[in-house]
Design a protein around this ligand. Structure first.
Ligand code: ZN
Length: 328
């Protein structure tokens, strides 16, 4: 298995995802932050990734990108100028939402064009780094100075939480998990082509290099030979190996759910917080209308909802956690 299950089963139907989302919200309210997003900002910048989500498990949804946000609350220290959201009219939410403020209000994006929804793809990855010899014996001695001697995981330090949900002061170390949210064109299409070649995109690392800026951005993706046991030649990192299990364990222990992260970006709270000027969100996540009433969201019509969706899913989606401001 890879790091998240099929969107057509878990994400589109949503019940399990919403439950996981709730768990994630509890964790984040305990002071632990979620995973970072892949973000190569400069032209020419690069990194090395090990995808955890294979081709068949990528989640794809309609998204609104670069949507200017409404003014932030007065006490907000840092407020994003524009945010990305998942369109509430995406078929994954059939029957859950009757509206999408960005579609319905015909909002324009930061470039002055209609912020129409476009397909974007989601996956999880481990961020890796190339290790070069520094002249020390541990890294191959002087002969290997400046030469590539291997690839290792980057590390995330995460607060250990006690039974009370507060940080204990102990820092836990995990392989660095990244959320990838990119279009097919210019990014995932390259992985799709490589999947056609190898039958999988999780059996090796890839070097990712950004080229260009703005709408001209392209990503160059270069496969790196699988990490093999020098004695047996066997691939040491692929599903089923101990290293792979360690990656999945890190995802589980940090309670990272790609489904929940995507669902959050379509939640009532997310739209009220960043886009819909007639609603606001207070510190404990309650959504109110401009007149001070607790917002009364229209209930999705029963006829539009698949029969297997639990009745309390809507309220669970409303309770999703605080969004990450750096997700644009
Ligand atoms: Zn929309």
């Amino acid at each position: 298995m890879t790091a998240n299950t099929s969107p057509t089963i878990k994400f589109n139907r949503g019940g399990t995802a919403a439950e996981q989302a709730e768990k994630e919200a509890n964790v984040s309210s305990g002071g632990r932050r979620g995973p970072d997003y892949l973000s190569l900002k400069e032209d020419g910048s690069s990194t090395v990734l090990r995808l955890l989500t294979d081709h068949d498990d990528w989640i794809w949804v309609d998204q609104h990108s670069f949507v200017p946000t409404k003014p932030g609350p007065k006490d907000a220290e840092k407020w994003p100028k524009a945010m990305t959201s998942v369109c509430r009219k995406d078929r994954a939410f059939a029957g859950h939402y009757n509206d999408c403020y960005i579609c319905d209000a015909k909002l324009k994006n930061s470039f002055g064009k209609l912020a129409s929804p476009r397909v974007r793809v989601w996956a999880l990855a481990i961020e890796r780094e190339i290790v070069r010899g520094d002249g020390s014996e541990a890294l191959g001695g002087p002969a290997k100075q400046g030469v590539v001697v291997g690839i290792r995981d980057k590390i995330d330090e995460v607060d250990e939480l006690g039974a009370d949900g507060k940080p204990t002061g102990v820092k836990l170390q995990y392989p660095r998990i990244l959320v990838i949210n990119q279009p097919m064109k210019g990014f995932f299409s390259h992985f799709k082509a490589l999947h056609g070649l190898y039958g999988t995109v999780v059996d090796r690392d890839f070097s990712i290099t950004r080229s260009g800026t703005g709408t001209d951005t392209e990503y160059k993706i270069v496969p790196i030979d699988p990490v093999a046991d020098p004695a047996t030649g066997q691939n040491l990192i692929k599903p089923g190996t101990p290293i792979w299990e360690k990656y999945l364990q890190a995802v589980a222990e940090r309670e990272i759910s790609l489904d929940a992260i995507v669902a959050d970006k379509a939640s009532d709270e997310y739209y009220a917080r960043f886009f819909d000027p007639t609603k606001s969100v207070d510190k404990d996540g309650t959504i109110t209308t401009a007149t001070g009433n607790v917002a009364n969201f229209p209930t999705a019509s029963a006829s539009g909802a698949p029969a297997d969706i639990s009745s309390d899913l809507r309220s669970k989606i409303q309770m999703l956690g605080t969004p990450q401001a750096d997700a644009a």
